[in-house]
Design a protein around this ligand. Structure first.
Ligand code: SF4
Ligand code: SF4
Length: 433
């Protein structure tokens, strides 16, 4: 079973892109299905559970058998009552649903493991450290489909005519997604890839979809988030030095701090202003999951503790500042439940309430006639091309694989067409096919 998953090129589809076959080599007592989907405006996991539950559950059965788990839990927001109702009768024995509060970041693996199992992953650790394996809904569907991964599910939302969840060929250009959502509803727009909290600005709409693309958010050019994402590292540094009043709201609401991890972003800000090399202040940055809650929600001064933490990680690693406590001493903050950030408040703070918060799955897959498949689109070594210039390929044909003995995942043709091999990518031109 693990070999099939490896052959089909399945990777973590929730954003991490870790090769799934390697993950399934582990042993765990519990398999967790991450259906928490907490990025505002994204709907693809919930839609997949609604329309492709058989594939998700087939993948889950494979996953449970591979890791030897006798129990599985589907962590899904309690607000999706209709999905829970539809899913419940289909669950095989040993699989249960854990309804989650509608808060951010419910989909963070550490938060999900705590909310579903009551176990705390130690700082810098993995779910496996507490007997769990976590997989995203789409990752399991890709196992369950039992075919090479050539399609990606994602949501297009925000300032578009028709917010929608699409099934698209891997390698399709972002511009095709925007067209499929009826185009932008505003004249001047900006774009965020994979979400407003943990996403990034794409280089252009020619950028291709990868196996980890989760969504395209369209924002009016004048939206405050556009300015936030355009802030340079120098500006983050300069404003942070002068404006942080050490109120520590960023720390008090940090989801990892609330799990008892040694992260205190207000100290990272203190280091920025006074002592960039002070070990005790920068060490905690290593345990930041970059959820962006501190920067986009908690900080009353509109500062960027997330970026500051991220920028301090290399120095902290270089100094070998790893946490060395005992896992049994890591305890959740006594008021962790009272400090969850409700999605409604987050959406309000981010100025997203004006957009339709929906993304129904379109039944038919999007058709494109040219795809660009990046040779590096997952964790591990970039793939090496197998197909050669001028080869004719069919969807599902193997066109690139990881170097022998290296971590990685196979890449398959996502449409029928003719291959052109370039430095870091393979283009398949399906025009005329
Ligand atoms: S919330 Fe903002 S102002 Fe307060 S300590 Fe954190 S970064 Fe500084
Ligand atoms: S981004 Fe901010 S809130 Fe999120 S884990 Fe890092 S320090 Fe904590």
């Amino acid at each position: 079973m693990i070999e099939h998953v490896a052959q089909h090129g399945v990777v973590g589809a929730g954003g991490a892109g870790f090769p799934t076959a390697r993950k399934l080599e582990a042993n765990a007592d519990t398999f967790l299905v991450n259906a928490a989907e907490c990025e505002p405006l994204l709907h693809k996991d919930k839609e997949l559970l609604l329309h492709h539950a058989e594939a998700v559950l087939a993948g889950l059965k494979v996953g449970m058998r591979c890791v030897g788990a006798g129990r599985a839990i589907v962590g899904i927001k309690e607000k999706y009552e209709h999905v829970i109702e539809a899913l419940a009768p289909l669950l095989p024995s040993g699989v249960e649903i854990c309804p989650l509060r509608d808060s951010y970041p419910a989909g963070d693996e550490f938060v999900l493991v705590y909310d579903t199992l009551g176990r705390i992953i130690p700082p810098g650790g993995l779910p496996l450290d507490v007997g769990a394996v976590v997989a995203n809904v789409e990752t399991l569907a890709n196992i369950g489909f039992a075919r090479p991964v050539t399609r990606k599910f994602l949501t297009v939302a925000g300032a578009v005519e028709e917010p929608v969840t699409l099934c698209v060929p891997v390698g399709a250009p972002l511009s095709a997604l925007l067209d499929a959502a009826g185009g932008a509803s505003e004249e001047e727009c900006a774009f965020l890839l994979n979400g407003v909290m943990m996403g990034r600005v794409p280089s252009s709409l020619d950028e291709p979809v990868t196996k980890t693309t989760g969504g395209l958010i369209v924002l009016p050019g004048a939206h405050p988030l556009v300015a936030r994402y355009s802030r340079s590292a120098a500006a983050v540094d300069r404003i942070g030095r002068s404006a942080c009043d050490q109120c520590s709201f960023c720390t008090e609401l940090c989801p990892r701090y609330l799990l008892g991890h040694p992260i205190e972003p207000h100290k990272a800000m203190r280091a920025l202003g006074f002592a960039p090399d002070k070990d005790a202040w920068i060490a905690g940055s290593l345990y930041c999951c970059e959820c962006n809650l501190c920067s986009l929600y908690s900080c009353p001064e509109d500062l960027d503790p997330r970026d500051v933490c991220a920028s301090q990680k290399p120095a902290a690693r270089e100094k070998g500042l790893a946490w060395s406590g005992a896992p049994e001493d890591v305890r959740a903050h006594p008021v962790i439940d009272g400090r969850r950030v409700p999605m409604t408040r987050l959406m309000n703070k981010l100025g997203l309430n004006r957009f339709r918060n929906e993304g129904p799955l379109r039944a038919e897959a999007l058709a494109v006639d040219l795809v660009v498949l990046l040779l590096s689109q997952h964790i591990g070594a970039p793939c090496e091309p197998i197909a050669r210039d001028g080869d004719s390929v069919r969807e599902g044909d193997l066109i690139a694989s990881p170097p022998a003995g290296k971590l990685g995942a196979n890449i398959h043709a996502s449409i029928d067409g003719v291959v052109k091999v370039m430095n870091d990518r393979i283009v398949i031109d399906g025009r005329g096919c």
